[in-house]
Ligand binder design. Structure first.
Ligand code: PFF
Length: 456
């Protein structure tokens, strides 16, 4: 049945798909979330588990997600429904699409708040505010921002409007040229930052912090660390909620999925590692606490920008590029619900995007208030922002990912999956992929889940 095009448009080339999917994957997850989460779990052991998860779970699931998207050619909900029908399985598989929509809403609601911090920091950097800042000044500046709900709301609103506008126009136009230039620029700037960190920071300690695993340091937090590293892999690769699936639905039928996935996951991982190498040497040289939480890069980078020559300009450009990286990720979070509203409710694209964007915006207000006015409101011991982050990265995305793996590996006939991936059933790569999605990925996720809740 698989049709060769999507009603929502198609990528103009294979490169356009790679750029868009990399745009989705590379974002705040790499530069903001990876360093602070690694810092919370002592560095090396976390990084090692993270890399293993990317290779053994993330890559095969990303292949599965793109494959399902391309075969279904619709929003994730309808894709799962029609693929389940095609394979003679239950229509309940569409719930996987719904779970992804919920995860997308929750992620984007806090993602937009953090992207708002990044926007604020463009102006702070550019106005020379960081000049000569030490750790205490940088910390006070950060706290000034997060304790001010009105400022947070303004930035969150601006970011959600930016995101909604692009999705309203259709992701295939616009996104391509943005990612083509900005992604390499961000990459280059990160490399420069790493060099700076090597010069001005304590590079040896930063490097050792990231790459010499010490599982002993984790103690009783071992299970939690495993879950967080796995969750970080899903979050960073944009897996488990349909974002990559819908991008796959706009990919032409001839492109090699496996090759594309290696490139996308490779670039995503490289950016995260570079961000870590830029930040930890500065953290350690300035006596900052690597485990200080979500404010880590916002309290670390200003010290570096405040000391380096031309730091105001460089800092502003850095945060602008980070805003773009966040923007291209946010777009992919809003796309699945928008496509579904167009398909099932007959909405025009702009109306669909506006409705989705408005709901996310509202939910985002709860997140930004949890940083200040509502700081006492706790659900499961967490404020809304932390709760949404934890629930999505550590629960919903891995769960969605496992269900995708199970569908691709067990429900889909081999003839269908091999055909869509462009392999013969007997080829080595296909059999390796099948082994990973059938057994390795589901087993690892389930073991990590059970371990984290203390059952094993
Ligand atoms: N991968 C993005 C990042 O690392 O910033 C965040 C993200 C985008 C997560 C899309 C999930 C998703 F579906």
């Amino acid at each position: 049945m698989s049709s060769t095009t999507s009603i929502h448009g198609m990528w103009s080339s294979r490169l356009a798909f790679i750029l868009a999917a990399t745009g989705s994957a590379v974002g705040l997850g790499n530069v903001w979330r990876f360093p602070y989460t690694a810092g919370e779990y002592g560095g090396g052991a976390f990084v090692l588990v993270y890399l293993l998860c990317v290779a053994g779970i993330g890559i095969p699931i990303m292949m599965a997600e793109i494959m399902l998207g391309r075969r279904g050619r619709q929003s994730p909900i309808n894709t799962m429904k029609s693929l389940a029908r095609e394979e003679g399985s239950s229509p309940a598989w569409q719930l996987l699409g719904w779970m992804g929509i919920v995860a997308g809403f929750l992620i984007l609601s806090f993602y937009s708040v953090i992207a708002g911090w990044t926007l604020a920091y463009v102006f702070r950097a550019g106005s020379g505010l960081f000049a000569g800042a030490d750790a205490a000044v940088a910390q006070a500046m950060f706290e000034g921002l997060v304790s001010d709900p009105e400022r947070l709301l303004a930035w969150h609103t601006i970011f959600m409007v930016m995101t909604t506008l692009v999705v309203a126009r259709g992701v295939a136009s616009g996104l391509e040229s943005a990612v083509r230039w900005l992604m390499p620029a961000l990459f280059l700037l990160l490399v420069v930052m790493v060099f700076y960190a090597a010069e001005a920071g304590d590079f040896g300690s930063g490097f050792a912090y990231m790459f010499s695993p010490d599982f002993g340091k984790l103690g009783s937090r071992f299970g939690e660390a495993l879950l967080s590293a796995m969750g970080q892999a899903f979050f960073s690769l944009s897996l488990g909620m349909g974002a990559i699936m819908i991008y796959g639905s706009y990919l032409n039928s001839r492109a090699s999925i496996a090759q594309n996935v290696i490139i996308i996951a490779g670039m995503d991982t490289l950016v995260a590692l570079l961000a870590g190498l830029a930040i930890f040497p500065i953290v350690l040289a300035n006596g900052l606490e690597p485990g200080s939480g979500p404010g880590l890069i916002f309290q670390t980078l200003p010290i570096a920008f405040g000391q380096m020559p031309g730091g105001a300009l460089f800092g502003a450009v850095f945060f602008i590029l980070l805003v773009f990286a966040a923007w291209t990720s946010a777009i992919s979070l809003l796309e699945p619900i928008t496509a579904w509203l167009v398909e099932n409710r007959g909405f025009s694209r702009p109306r669909a995007a506006a409705l989705g964007g408005s709901l996310v915006w509202l939910l985002g207000i709860a997140c930004l208030l949890s940083l200040n006015v509502w700081s006492d409101v706790k659900v499961f011991g967490k404020g809304f922002l932390d709760l949404f982050d934890y629930l999505t990265a550590n629960v919903l995305l891995p769960l969605g990912g496992v269900l995708i793996a199970i569908f691709a590996g067990w429900i889909m006939r081999r003839a269908s999956s091999a055909d869509e991936l462009g392999f013969t059933e007997r080829s080595f790569v296909y059999r390796l992929w099948l082994l990973l999605v059938r057994f390795v990925a589901p087993a690892c996720v389930i073991i990590v889940f059970l371990n984290a809740i203390g059952l094993i």
